[in-house]
Design a protein around this ligand. Structure first.
Ligand code: PXP
Length: 252
């Protein structure tokens, strides 16, 4: 499905990562007024034009807490895209909260971020079950997959209306133009295959202010989900105001 304008989903996990760096272990690290509040980050992102808000509730709760997800679900004005593993308690939470979108991702507690795509082909019956359960309560489910035709075909076989193509290998090849070209081609082909199967094509992981120029050339893109580079950029573009305000309060 081609669109004239590619949408931007802003992943706010790392606002919570920064909060947890200070509040980890305290009784209510997700109290809402602890800085930086991922909900406030999300609302500002929406005001600036974000088309959806993504948050990943990981099993180890390293950044987002369940309460964050509930607050985002209540207050986000666009769409909440809940990233989650195929883990039963989180599936039940998604059934209860009914976010507009769910993106199924693999989960390995030790990895720094989501490393590879979900192997839908190898977990077809579980993924099919979750897609059906969440679809029954109105959630549009996507699967985060490596840009491989067999994974796209498996996503379709599982009944998922949407895929999110993993752009991490492309992003990691930033030093090597030929590898980057190969990865871009893989993404293009996977996007073509997905579009032929009438799947919505999203993409994400490692997209930054440089490589986005190349990513937007992938055909059939509906939405890009971007987190780390936006949160990092926001941290720097806000330095001057943050320092000025503290200085003024000290003087006052
Ligand atoms: N999409 C998925 C499925 C992810 O797991 C992540 C990382 O949490 C992203 C997009 C965003 O990646 P990044 O933070 O590198 O922009």
């Amino acid at each position: 499905m081609a669109r004239s304008e590619i949408l931007l989903g802003v992943n706010v996990d790392h606002a919570a990562t920064l909060r947890q760096a200070r509040y980890r272990g305290e009784p209510s690290p997700a109290a809402g007024d602890a800085e930086p509040d991922p909900l406030l980050f999300a609302l500002l992102a929406e005001q600036a034009g974000a088309d959806s808000i993504t948050a990943h509730l990981r099993e180890d709760r390293r950044h987002m807490q369940e309460r964050d997800i509930r607050r985002l679900r209540e207050a986000a004005r666009t769409r909440l895209n809940l990233e989650m593993a195929c883990e039963e308690s989180i599936v039940a939470l998604a059934e209860e909260l009914r976010p507009a979108n769910v993106c199924l991702v693999p989960e390995n507690r030790r990895e720094v971020t989501t490393e590879g795509g979900l192997d839908v082909a190898a977990n077809l019956s579980r993924v099919t079950e979750i897609v059906a359960r969440l679809g029954a309560v109105g959630v549009v489910v996507s699967v985060f997959i490596d840009p491989e035709p067999e994974q796209v075909a498996a996503a379709c076989a599982a009944g998922a209306p949407s895929v999110e193509l993993h752009t991490g290998a492309f992003a990691n090849a930033w030093r090597e133009p030929s590898a980057r070209g190969r990865e871009l081609l893989r993404l293009r082909r996977a996007a073509e295959t997905a579009s032929e199967l009438d799947l919505i094509v999203n993409a994400g992981h490692g997209i930054n202010y440089e490589n986005v120029r190349e990513i937007v050339r992938v055909p059939h893109l509906n939405e890009l989900n971007i987190g780390h580079s936006i949160v990092s950029r926001a941290l720097l573009t806000g330095v001057a105001e943050a320092v000025r305000e503290m200085k003024a309060r000290i003087r006052a």
